[in-house]
Design a protein around this ligand. Structure first.
Ligand code: FUL
Length: 736
């Protein structure tokens, strides 16, 4: 053995890390690695090709459609009649044209939601479009979506719910039937076996076998699939059903090697909420306690997932990027025209925070009972798409002179502005802070800076940075933030300058920048806010100066001819307020915002309550202020709140706004009783607030008939925490 080889082998054996490992999406942490070494290793963690391609999609569409659409439900029961599924004008081309105009790159359909109804003519069950009257049972929603998507160059994703209520409820159903895993061939159908390129064999119980046959069909009959989404939610847990997820993943990898497996899977992580909240620092490199092959991909909901503090106990470092999923409407499925639709302002802000915050935005659209995306939603999505397109078409940094405080010879500053995400600026290893200057050559006006790290080969490194602009002969900081990752878009107040500086304040090993953009983006005119207090006084506020607000109370669209808002509007019995703000100089106007109020709580009193915590009194549940909450103490009996409405009303239903900050006190199973005199009580409704754990938004439940009542009592039969605690931000009644 020559000397060189001897030294090489000795160093390897001593694990002195002199020879760098190859980057990959999993890097093992050795027991003797200190934090510095773990941090160094974290820069070797990079996305694999399918993860990188998925990340580049940036903005994609979810489509929740199925039995729930026809029952105005979030979660069905599994007992729905297939004949209830009957879209009258289904047109997947319309869906895709909205997706396309919105600037989204993929459409992902709920081909089977928790109720088990399949939107393609599966061979595995009769509970599908085949048994509906839609197109005489010859229809295929997935097929239509795929055909439309291919025409317009939109990629396709699949949501197939592992939880399947139909298979729980039907006689002889397979879900949780206690069957033992045995060798099963996939596809199992003899006809499909004849044409199958490969027949798989796995150890599966009855439901898993059915599920994998469904998976096989949708992965083989519809061309290229880009994402497979496995939901962790299950409306009926406790059946004892388990899944052979390793088999699912194995088959997906073989049938659709380019598809990412999301949520309960190894490639894409759920952002941790359904409200569209985004993190301050969204790391794509995460610590894992075991090797990815042995991991079961639990939800990650904490604020900090990838800081140095989080990495220090890692056994493995893993590329696990986040997907922000939320719905354009209140709820995942179309319900009715009263359902809240996010404004353009809201959607655009969401896009900036998610796409510009190192995540992919998976925004849900809700085809209605016609089988079309509702006009209002379509118009808003298209408007957002237009704004994004126009805002980012002209990079003011093009042709600018780039320089940096330090750079490696083959990673000069100019590479951060060559339109190529694969080339990048980088200083020598060990240079963890550095500054990067963009000389625009002349004064330009802008309000957004876009930064990208070279994640594909260099991973995610930047931990803190600041942005300065050159003003009156000196640098002035206009923004600072944490991570960059695939993409960070920072919005700043409009500024005019000829020089911008990005200061990397902290980074792992050495920072990289693969692309920099400077944009003058379209700024929206701020929407007015409509709020009503307990006494029924409606206030409309707009923080923009020199504006005039016009409003209507008759449901008509407000214009400049509508009454001018000057003082609060008295609306104790409820009604619809629509408002719009105009700049006095004619330079702009807001969107029309609208709120539909029911009767106010001015006359209401708390008649009785099971208990209330000091500081979180029961009155907070009827004070018209969602920021204050009622919280009961933990007790052995069913917690409840009894409200005296001060007068007899005809009740159509009730509403419950949970306290999203107190998961364990959120009511999941409720009973609502009514009384005319406080003595004789009648149950008006019992039920569950579907999906309230993941989506703790306002719940509105309508009764089967109208009840005359002066008192209501809401009892929490089961809270999310399992214990006997109940909390509420607001409780209301529906009288219309
Ligand atoms: C949740 C489900 O329970 C909802 O219905 C919806 O499909 C959402 C995307 O995931 O967990």
């Amino acid at each position: 053995m020559n000397l060189k080889r001897y030294i090489f082998l000795t160093l390897c054996l001593l694990n002195l890390n002199v020879f760098a490992q190859t980057p990959g999406n999993t890097i093992k942490v050795e027991p003797n690695d200190d934090l510095d070494e773990i941090v160094r290793k974290s820069t070797l963690v990079v996305p694999d090709d399918r993860q990188y391609e998925w990340q580049q999609l940036e903005y994609i569409a979810f489509l929740h459609f199925g039995q729930n659409t026809f029952h105005a439900l979030e979660w069905g029961t599994g007992k729905e009649d297939p004949k209830d599924f009957y879209p009258t004008e289904l047109d997947a081309n319309q869906w895709i044209s909205v997706v396309k105009d919105a600037g989204m790159k993929m459409a992902m359909l709920t081909v089977k939601h928790h109720d088990g109804f399949c939107l393609w003519p599966t061979r595995t069950s009769d509970h599908s479009v085949k048994s509906s009257n839609w197109k005489n049972g010859k229809g295929d929603v997935l097929g239509e979506l795929v055909a439309a998507a291919r025409k317009q160059d939109i990629k396709v994703g699949l949501y197939l719910s592992p939880a399947d209520l139909h298979e729980i409820e039907r006689p002889g159903g397979t879900y949780g039937n206690g069957s033992k895993p045995h060798k099963v061939q996939i596809p199992s159908d003899p006809d499909l076996q004849k044409t199958a390129k490969k027949i798989f064999e796995y150890e599966l119980d009855d439901y898993d076998a059915l599920f994998m046959n469904q998976l096989y069909e949708i992965l083989t009959q519809y061309g290229q699939i880009e994402e497979v989404w496995f939901d962790g939610a299950n409306p009926k847990p406790g059946t004892g059903q388990s899944y052979n997820r390793k088999a699912w993943y194995d088959m997906i990898r073989q049938l659709q090697p380019g598809a990412v497996i999301a949520i309960k899977g190894p490639d894409v992580r759920w952002c941790g909420n359904e409200a569209g909240h985004t993190r301050n620092a969204e790391w794509s490199v995460l610590p894992l306690p075991v090797a990815p092959a042995d991991y079961d991909w639990p939800d990650k909901t904490k604020d900090d997932l990838g800081s140095r503090e989080m990495l220090k106990d890692a056994k493995y470092l893993y590329w696990y990027p986040a997907e922000t999923n939320t719905s354009v409407r209140h709820g995942w499925f179309y319900r009715d025209d009263k359902q809240y639709v996010k404004t353009v302002e809201h959607l655009l802000d969401l896009w900036y925070r998610s796409v510009g915050g190192n995540t992919v935005l998976l925004l849900n659209l809700t085809p209605d009972r016609r089988g079309l995306i509702p006009d209002k939603d379509a118009a808003r999505l298209r408007e957002v798409g237009r704004i994004i397109k126009e805002s980012f078409q002209d990079n003011l940094a093009d042709g600018a002179k780039m320089s940096a405080s330090a750079a490696m010879a083959d990673h000069g500053a100019e590479l951060a502005n060559d339109g190529n995400e694969n080339t990048f600026w980088k200083p020598e290893d060990g240079t963890t802070n550095a500054s990067f200057t963009i000389d625009l050559g002349e004064e330009k006006e802008f309000n957004a800076i876009l930064l990208q790290e070279a994640i594909r080969t260099q991973g995610q490194r930047v931990e803190a940075f600041a942005i300065d602009v050159w003003k009156n002969g000196s640098w002035q900081e206009v923004d600072n933030s944490t991570i960059i990752g695939y993409k960070s878009i920072r919005r700043i107040p409009m500024v005019k300058t000829d020089k911008v500086r990005v200061r990397i304040l902290e980074s792992r090993v050495a920072p990289t920048l693969s692309e920099i953009g400077i944009y003058k983006t379209i700024e929206l005119f701020e929407n007015p806010q409509i709020v009503r207090n307990r006494e029924g006084e409606v206030g409309i506020q707009c923080s923009v100066e020199n504006t005039q607000i016009h409003f209507t109370t008759d449901g008509a669209e407000p214009t400049q001819d509508s009454p001018v808002y000057q003082k609060s509007i008295h609306l104790p019995k409820g009604g619809k307020i629509k408002a719009i703000a105009y700049a006095l100089d004619g330079s702009g106007q807001s969107e029309v915002v609208s709120v539909d109020f029911d009767i106010c709580s001015a006359k209401w009193e708390i008649a009785k309550v099971s208990s209330e915590l000091e500081g979180n009194k029961a009155l907070n549940a009827i004070d018209a202020d969602p920021s204050t909450v009622w919280e009961s103490a933990e007790s052995g009996s069913v917690p409840f709140i009894e409200i005296d409405l001060g007068e007899e009303l005809k009740l159509h239903g009730f509403s419950y706004l949970p306290d999203a900050k107190d998961e364990s006190g959120i009511c999941q199973e409720y009973k609502l009783e009514v009384s005319r005199d406080g003595k004789k009580w009648e149950t008006a409704a019992t039920g569950t607030f579907d999906n309230i754990k993941n989506n703790p938004v306002l719940q509105e439940e309508r009764f089967d008939k109208k009840y005359p009542a002066r008192m209501i009592r809401l009892s929490c039969l089961k809270s999310l925490g399992g214990g006997k605690r109940f909390s509420a931000a607001e409780i209301g009644v529906i009288t219309k």
